[in-house]
Design a protein around this ligand. Structure first.
Ligand code: DAH
Length: 334
């Protein structure tokens, strides 16, 4: 009978010890001491054989129940201790300032591009896109600039070492062709994008720069429409005091062709009355022929200008290379 009497107090002691284990290591140790293979409670089981035969089933049942109670207490305490171990040692100080992520900004060229696009959107222009790796046909031939044309030398560029002589586009004008090949007139698009020329970098040149192309095709389009559109956009971008003038020029894909100069408080700040800003003209009938538009029915104009140049004038930046250096001291100013 002494064995049966031993069980209850032994169990109580074991429960108390398990519940009081201060950490996981202490709990593991208590587990070994009580219910491990050599634990005290396991020892009780081994003594069962010493009991009279008729008492053994009842005693075995009590021992098993107690052992189950101990296992449950063990699991519960383990859960508590594990949770405690996962908590930070120091209480959280909710009054500490938050961790700030440095806020990024759009590059000044992106900002200016978006402004230009916004201006043209106001008067119904859509944005079109084309590949930077172009073929000679779209970049030159279709724009009425055949292989023996001197204007091709003036835009010498980077050719890819492939059989089909692909090249980095020298101007966004190639997208005029791609758009007209794809859709019937009328067309009213602008094309912002990167272009390439074999230029040596200096304060006003870089082998990679960005342009915006414009193309407007409809019936009865005139130079007056061109002038009105350009004036609206440049006033929007460069200030209401902006004046523009057209000078005769030559481009093989427009006839007549012009260069656009503008004058404003900004040019005067740069010590100049007029500053050249863009090329433009009435789309050459041969270009319409090349894309399958009937030049007897359709008329249009096109223009192209450099985005860097606009940004430099707007912000008074005197070296184009600053745009590409990724110097935060420069970029943060915009
Ligand atoms: N493609 C010319 C350049 O890169 C700019 C230009 C001039 C575009 C006249 C035009 C245009 O669409 O009509 O210098």
């Amino acid at each position: 009978m002494s064995l049966l009497n031993d069980i209850e107090p032994l169990k109580q002691t074991a429960l108390a010890e398990l519940k009081a284990a201060p950490d996981l290591a202490a709990l593991d140790q208590a587990k070994g001491a009580w219910v491990g293979p050599n634990g005290k409670f396991t020892g009780l089981m081994k003594q069962l054989g010493t009991l009279p035969k008729e008492e053994r089933p009842a005693a075995g049942k009590i021992i098993n129940q107690s052992k189950a109670e101990l296992e449950a207490a063990l699991t519960e305490r383990r859960g508590e201790l594990e949770m405690k171990a996962a908590l930070p040692k120091e209480p959280t100080d909710f009054t500490l300032p938050g961790r700030r992520h440095p806020a990024g900004k759009l590059h000044p060229l992106t900002q200016v591009t978006e402004e230009i696009v916004r201006s043209f959107r106001k008067i119904g222009f859509a944005v079109a896109d084309g590949p930077e790796i172009e073929d000679e046909y779209h970049c030159f031939d279709a724009l009425n600039t055949p292989a023996d044309h001197p204007a091709r030398d003036a835009q010498d560029t980077f050719y890819l070492d492939t059989q089909d002589r692909m090249l980095l586009r020298t101007h966004t004008s190639s997208v005029q062709i791609r758009v007209m090949q794809k859709q019937p007139p009328p067309v009213r698009i602008i094309v912002p994008g990167r272009v390439y020329r074999r230029d040596n970098p200096d304060a006003t040149h870089n082998p990679t720069f960005q342009q915006i192309e414009g193309l407007y095709v409809d019936k009865n389009v005139t130079v007056g429409d061109l002038k009105g559109t350009v004036e609206f956009v440049f006033k929007d971008l460069l200030g209401a005091d902006t004046k523009i003038r057209f000078r005769p020029h030559y481009f093989s894909y427009t006839e007549p062709s012009f260069e656009i100069d503008f004058s404003s408080a900004l040019t005067k700040k740069m010590g100049k009355e007029w500053l050249e800003i863009a090329g433009c003209g009435m789309v050459h009938p041969q270009v319409f022929e090349n894309v399958g538009y009937d030049p007897a029915v359709w008329t249009g104009w096109a223009f192209g200008f450099g985005i860097e140049r606009i940004a430099m004038i707007r912000y008074g930046i005197n070296d184009i290379r600053l745009f590409y250096e990724n110097d935060l001291r420069f970029l943060r100013q915009f």
